[in-house]
Design a protein around this ligand. Sequence first.
Ligand code: FAD
Length: 352
Amino acid sequence: MEDKIVRFADKSSHQIFLEPEGRHTNEYYLNGFSTSLPEDVQVEGVRSIPGLEHACITRVGYAIEYDYFPPMQLLQTMETKPLENLYFAGQINGTSGYEEAAVQGLMAGINAVLKIRGEEPFVPGRSEAYIGVLIDDLVTKSLVEPYRMFTSLAEFRLILRQDNADLRLMEYGYKFGLIPANVYSDMQKRKEAIKQSIVELKKWRSSLEDINPVLERKGTAPLQQKESLEQLLKRPEITLVDFSAFSSHELFSEKANLFWRKVREQVEIEVKYEGFLERQRQQVEKLKELEGLKIPEQFDFNRLSSVSTEGREKLSRIKPGTLGQASRILGVSQSDIAILMVYLSRRKNIIH
Ligand SMILES: Cc1cc2nc3c(=O)[nH]c(=O)nc-3n(C[C@H](O)[C@H](O)[C@H](O)COP(=O)(O)OP(=O)(O)OC[C@H]3O[C@@H](n4cnc5c(N)ncnc54)[C@H](O)[C@@H]3O)c2cc1C
């Protein structure tokens, strides 16, 4: 809270959520009011909130402090640069969180073994895994506060989804001996089935007699001429199960086994969000190319209204010359960079 008041001094109010601690208690957690101010100040602060004038504070807020080693001293493998063969993972690197600590341990372990075996290191990219985002942020940006993995720090979060984690990363897990062969081959078959299903849906044009009753039942406009099932699936009202009205294909069956239910989920996501996903995949490729993209000297960063307030402020002050430089400024998130990149590429005429 004390931090918010300084950083967002221009705001006249802050949102606070009152979260009940449980069914059998009248205690509430004040989400958004974490603080380590002195007790009397906390009591006064809480009671200044409309509605909480008579609140009774059962436990005051407190802060935890700990020492850390600046993670810029690490290689991306988590090995320390000053001392070869020494690997650091977790809170010692200035992070906070269970998962943050766990994934660093995993990466340090994998890379230590790879080094002993004389094999190539394993460093997932920012567009492949949240682990990649975390490591890249840690080793390239200096810390001002404990690092937490927020999804907003990942510029490619449409690709980094929980539902496709196995499709993205199981290949690696299998390579490192962490995944049994049958689980791996099931995933591969699923991946192939997803790809194949989309190809088939693109070619599949049902007769109007078959498809129109389905569309009418779902309250969406009937067809005058045939369209592919893939096109129809893009309509928000339509799901693959609707096509079971005229086909017994497993992809459409409500009673399908787990394999086909998982395939169906991915096919629906891929088809319905194709535009967004494709744009993001192209951004991944572009970002690699555009590292050296020049930013005009007189560029007014304040016009980038979707960039975070902190990002705009830092960019305006430091005035980076290239997109690569902008991306290394502390306080400028990767999603800010993605927005800046889209803006600069759209306005090619102002790029030297
Ligand atoms: C009160 C509190 C609540 C938290 N709540 C959450 C939460 O809800 N969600 C969340 O994600 N994170 C939470 N965290 C943060 C999270 O617990 C830590 O960031 C994470 O556990 C750090 O893991 P680590 O393995 O890096 O370090 P640690 O878990 O601290 O492990 C370090 C280990 O090293 C041992 N050690 C230290 N010195 C030596 C030595 N010289 N020789 C041998 N061993 C040594 C210690 O005994 C310890 O077991 C919380 C932290 C605190 C303090």
